[in-house]
Each structure stands twice: as structure tokens, then as C-alpha cells.
Write a protein that binds this ligand. Structure first.
Ligand code: ADP
Length: 251
């Protein structure tokens, strides 16, 4: 079964100018439900462009992208906004919480936008807050808790809509290594509950938690690695080595 189907995706910026930028040249991959995928590559490789297209924030110029049979390339801007709210969860490097709202209200926000009843919000937040260890900080404000706790709140906000796909952009980029490990352990836990995750990261340590890592170079998939039965440490070394080969221009 396929959750996300991407076939020969291409994206060129400034297409009609004298200096078009081919950000994605030809990207194809499928994601099965319950997979956990990391996307790595040097700066400028096309990772953000790919993530933005999956997130329905940008359109491809060519190729196919289907999420659960829905053709994302054919959504109007309004349809895409609705689709994002209903089917996708987002986690960012800098958490992107609203400081004027309590942590609880930040988590409720997507459900408020979706006009769900308060009883549903209360039912959903309970198990989520318990599994993320944030029950005690729900009535504080983001500025009153640590970075790691803010990211836990952001994870709760992303998951409360029960999205088909969780998209994470450098989720540990602003955290120290101990806190990163805690957040990565939570991602593992969330994935064990069958949540599909796609994570863009520069960190081999973060990518080693994913079951599969796609390496992007110059707008194409250069290589992919599967964690398989490897230990985290051994897999992390493999990922670092692949990044080194890629950076050194190896083909
Ligand atoms: P990464 O996330 O891997 O750093 P990006 O997807 O941001 O890579 O960028 C891929 C290429 O597309 C780069 O050459 C970048 O300069 C270019 N690019 C990205 N966004 C735009 C844009 N809005 N307009 C023009 N060029 C862009």
C-alpha cells in the first residue's frame, strides 16, 4: 500500500527568466503508511522545495504527487489550505508556537480552526499530553517552558488533528543533544503508533532514528539507506559516511 506517491517530480524557479533554477530535477519515491523517512542533503540540494511541495505550499512544474489518492498538484490554494489542516501535521525547528496563547490553546488551535467541539479537544489532548509528558505545563505559556518542552507542545499540536502524514523540518535543530535525543525518542514512539513521518534534517544522529534515509543531491535522489537491523550507532556512521561521499562529489 502507498500513502504518498511521488513520480518524476520537477520544480524550476524563475522558469521564464534568463536564469532558471532547477531545484528538483527528477524525484521519484513512494512512502508506505507507517514509514519513518529522513531526507538529507547539502544546503541548496532541494530538500525544502521537496518538503514544501509535499506540504502543498508549492506546486511542482511536472511529475506526479498523490497523498492517499489525492492529486496534490491539482489543489487550488483554498483546497490546499483545507487539505493541510485536515491531513498534514507540521513540526518546525523553532517550534512556531504562538506566545499569546497558553500551551493548551496552542495545541487546540488546529481543532478550533477545524471547528471541532470542545469535548473532542479535551478527549484528544489527554492521551497526547500524557504520552508527551506535558500534562503539567499545559496552562503555562510557551515562553515559560524550555525549548524541549516547547517542541513537545508543538508535536502535540501537530498530532491532535490525527494527520495522515507528519512533516518535520529540522525538528532538533534548535535543541542541545540531550534534549534532541528525548525528542527523537518521542518521534520513535509516535512512529511505533503507526504515524507516518517525513523529517528533513542535517543531523545524522536524527536521521539514524528513521527507518529509511533519502539523500538528495542537485535535485535528484542520490542514494537511500535502510536502517534494517542495524544499531543506531552503526546506522548513524553509515549515514555520516554517505553524507561525506555526497559532499565530496562522489557519484
Ligand atoms: P535545501 O532545502 O536543500 O537547502 P532548497 O530547496 O531551499 O534546498 O533550494 C534548492 C535550490 O532552489 C537552491 O539552488 C535555491 O537557491 C533555489 N531556490 C529555493 N527557493 C527558491 C525561490 N523561491 N526562488 C528561486 N530559487 C529558489
Amino acid at each position: 500500500m502507498t500513502l504518498l506517491h511521488i513520480s518524476h517530480l520537477k520544480r524550476t524557479y524563475n522558469q521564464n527568466s534568463t536564469h532558471p533554477v532547477k531545484a528538483l530535477k527528477d524525484i521519484s519515491f513512494d512512502v508506505a503508511p507507517g514509514e519513518y523517512i529522513a531526507i538529507m542533503g547539502e544546503s541548496g540540494a532541494g530538500k525544502s522545495t521537496l518538503l514544501n511541495i509535499i506540504a502543498t505550499l508549492e506546486k511542482a512544474n511536472d511529475g506526479e504527487i498523490f497523498l492517499n489518492q489525492q492529486n496534490l498538484n491539482q489543489l487550488t490554494a483554498d483546497q490546499a489550505a483545507k487539505y493541510r489542516r485536515e491531513h498534514l501535521g507540521f513540526i518546525f525547528q523553532h517550534f512556531n508556537l504562538l506566545n499569546s496563547l497558553s500551551n493548551r490553546d496552542n495545541i487546540y488551535l488546529p481543532l478550533v480552526l477545524a471547528k471541532l467541539p470542545v469535548t473532542t479537544m479535551e478527549e484528544r489532548i489527554k492521551p497526547l499530553a500524557a504520552s508527551l509528558g506535558i500534562e503539567q505545563i499545559l496552562d503555562r505559556y510557551p515562553s515559560e517552558v524550555s525549548g524541549g518542552q516547547q517542541q513537545r507542545v508543538a508535536i502535540a499540536r501537530a498530532l491532535i488533528t490525527q494527520p495522515d502524514l507528519l512533516l518535520a523540518d529540522e525538528p532538533t535543530g534548535a535543541l542541545d543533544s540531550n534534549t534532541s535525543n528525548e525528542i527523537l525518542a518521542l518521534f520513535d514512539h509516535v512512529n511505533q503508533q503507526q504515524q507516518t513521518i517525513i523529517m528533513v534534517t542535517h543531523s545524522a544522529a536524527a536521521a539514524s532514528h528513521a527507518k529509511r534515509t533519502l539523500f538528495i543531491k542537485d535535485g535528484r535522489i542520490y542514494h537511500e539507506l535502510f536502517r534494517g537491523e542495524n544499531s543506531l550507532k552503526h546506522y548513524q556512521e553509515q549515514i555520516s559516511q554517505t553524507m561525506m561521499t555526497l559532499t565530496n562529489g562522489g557519484e
